[in-house]
Design a protein around this ligand. Structure first.
Ligand code: CTP
Length: 398
């Protein structure tokens, strides 16, 4: 709930501005008061009248409106809110914020405020990937500006990639977190994700097909509920989520060390597909073809991170969640794995090629805990992550 919270909503000029109307509705449903500010470009996409009608407040439009300055000056306007939300945060607005330009009402409010700011970027994928935008993003993050999204997907311009504004409910969740209202606020959660790469020589390695998609989605969903997430990831296909501490590693041993450095945590979610073995003596020079035949690789066992953390006598997280990718007798194997590893829950799935789950966007999981096996319907990896994060929140707070 956001009762008695005041949000100053700055609407930038992008096609995603239509979603801001729904955002206003969702915020109002939760009891928040929303004061809207439109940039000139935003008025090309949504009208001040519709924004004023939905918020029940005056839609502020231009810095040099002397009547507004008499009623409520821009300094006061910028400081009367609990949170400033910029949605959509266009490339232009992010650029102004990062460089400290103040040449219209929106940018002046953002300069004049000491209120926390949350941005929901929305722009074409090339604009998002442009070095200037990425530079501005880094600068704004360093300045303490918070971000929700952007999401990856089909864009209004017909392209595909990161740049879509987060959905209104995702922005609401991020606002709740910023205002300390998330169920996992104040909790630290560790998530491991992605494959590991075990070197054979400087140019070759042993890897597996994990994309890191499920672990990344879990980290994002936990952060959306207010958790402080430490995300330890191997070399994954998908980019790491924004707005959390990301530790990039290559090998199982490095992942194990990064996990130790992240402890203590309230919960650990071990979604990484860690290689069970490494090459015992990786060569520091590239192996060459030789007349003596194939090189013989000798293997050594990697540390089992999940098992080690589950068995910690001191500092064990209150909740330890493992994953089990199986291809047959899923419940039986995963239940045995839960016992062997000593974790509280196992999220099991069938990764036989026919399911299309490995590398795909959907997952069908079975949650195994001490109350048995609970089968979840097949759904998107984001939806699995949200459901798991909600269960984790429930377990840690009840
Ligand atoms: N895991 C880990 N460290 C390892 C290996 C696995 O933390 N060195 C974790 C994974 O992140 C995942 C779970 O353990 O949560 C999966 O275990 P898996 O590798 O499938 O277990 P094994 O005991 O190797 O099972 P299998 O018999 O399928 O090889």
């Amino acid at each position: 709930m956001l009762a008695s919270k005041r949000i100053l909503l700055i609407i930038g000029g992008g096609i995603a501005a239509y979603k801001s109307l729904d955002l206003i509705r969702r915020l109002r449903e939760r009891g928040a008061a929303v004061t809207p500010v439109l940039t000139r470009a935003a008025e090309e996409f949504v009208t001040p009248l519709s924004v004023a009608a939905l918020t029940g407040e005056k839609a502020y439009r231009d810095l040099f409106d002397l009547t507004d300055e008499a009623e409520m000056g821009h300094i006061q306007l910028s400081r009367s809110a609990d949170l400033i939300v910029v949605a959509p945060a266009t490339a232009d607005l992010m650029g102004k914020m990062a460089t400290g330009l103040a040449n219209d009402l929106a940018s002046t409010l953002l300069m004049a405020t000491d209120t926390p700011v949350l941005c929901a970027p929305a722009m074409n994928v090339r604009m998002w990937d442009h070095p200037a935008t990425q530079r501005n993003l880094n600068q704004l993050q360093a300045d303490g500006v918070r971000f929700v999204g952007p999401n990856e997907g089909d864009m209004a311009c017909g392209e595909y990639g990161p740049g879509r504004m987060s959905e209104p409910l995702e922005i609401v969740a991020a606002i709740e977190v910023e205002l300390g209202q998330g169920p996992l606020s104040g909790r630290r959660v560790l998530v491991t994700s992605g494959p590991t790469h075990e070197p054979i020589d400087p140019v070759r390695y042993i890897a597996n097909r994990s994309s890191g998609a499920q672990g990344t989605a879990v980290a994002r969903a936990l952060a959306a509920l207010g958790a402080e997430v430490i995300f330890v990831t191997g070399p994954a296909d998908v980019p790491p989520p924004l707005g959390m501490q990301v530790v990039k590693v290559e090998t199982a041993q490095q992942m194990s060390d990064a996990v130790d450095a992240a402890l203590p945590v309230d919960a650990g979610v071990f979604a990484a597909a860690v290689a069970d073995w490494r090459v015992a003596r990786a060569s520091d020079k590239k192996l060459k073809k030789s007349r003596d035949g194939m090189p013989a690789l000798e293997f050594a066992e990697n540390p089992d991170i999940l098992k080690r953390v589950s068995h910690m006598e001191t500092g064990r997280p209150a909740l330890v969640v493992g994953f089990a990718a199986e291809t047959d007798n899923v419940v039986e194997h995963a239940t045995a794995k839960r016992g062997r590893k000593g974790c509280d829950w196992i999220v099991a799935n069938d990764v036989s090629p026919a399911t299309g789950i490995m590398g795909g966007s959907e997952n069908a999981v079975i949650l195994i805990s001490d109350s048995g096996a609970e089968e979840w319907p097949r759904m998107g990896k984001d939806a699995v992550a949200e459901r798991l994060a909600a269960r984790i929140a429930d377990a840690l707070t009840s």
